[in-house]
Design a protein around this ligand. Structure first.
Ligand code: 5GP
Length: 171
């Protein structure tokens, strides 16, 4: 395994994830919420956030890909979809790992938006604002980071490093 330089430690991630979970609960309280976890990158974020969420939830998974190695191909592929009946007239929260160029986010917003949810917001653990090519923002962001290729806490480099409990950069 290559050496990884820590960028965001486990304690800071836990604290921020708890904060986001509480913010969302304050917003939705007694209403049922459908959380969509985007695979595979957001899986650790989604698990930790949902364990801390106090309200009623349903969980769905969506799999999209646009990256090969450290480069975005710019082309979104949908590898696992969701049926409309699970989204229509529901409060939906998409959980993303990172917003980079914004291409994936735009695709997700349109894809789920077309299924007519009652409400729709996007929560991303990380945001690389500098890299944006599409004019789109997540509604809630965990951490804004500089233009670095990060791994850990669900994020991979060619499928490796997802299991690191922190977020770091390959040295
Ligand atoms: P976008 O469509 O915004 O360019 O890219 C979003 C997707 O690219 C993310 O969901 C993630 O899978 C991948 N991605 C973007 N930046 C990084 C990064 O720094 N590290 C890793 N591991 N994946 C990234």
């Amino acid at each position: 395994m290559n050496k990884i330089k820590k960028l965001i430690n486990e304690r800071d991630i836990n604290r921020r994830v708890k904060e986001i979970s509480e913010t969302l609960y304050d917003e939705y309280k007694d209403e049922e919420v459908v959380f969509i976890c985007t695979l595979k990158g957001a899986v650790f974020f989604a698990c930790d956030l949902l364990k801390k969420y106090k309200g009623d939830v349903r969980i769905e998974f969506l799999r999209v890909s646009s990256y090969s190695g450290k480069d975005s191909t710019g082309k979104i592929e949908l590898n696992l979809s969701i049926s409309k009946e699970n989204i229509e007239n529901k409060n939906v929260i998409i959980l993303e790992d990172i917003v980079d160029t914004g291409t994936t986010l735009k695709f997700l917003k349109e894809y789920i938006g077309d299924m007519k949810p009652k409400s729709l917001i996007i929560v991303s653990l990380l945001d690389k604002k500098e890299r944006r090519k599409v004019d789109i923002e997540a509604d809630i962001v965990g951490f804004e980071i500089e233009d670095l290729f990060v791994v850990g806490y669900g994020l991979d480099y060619d499928q490796k490093y997802r299991n690191l409990p922190y977020i770091g950069v390959i040295e």
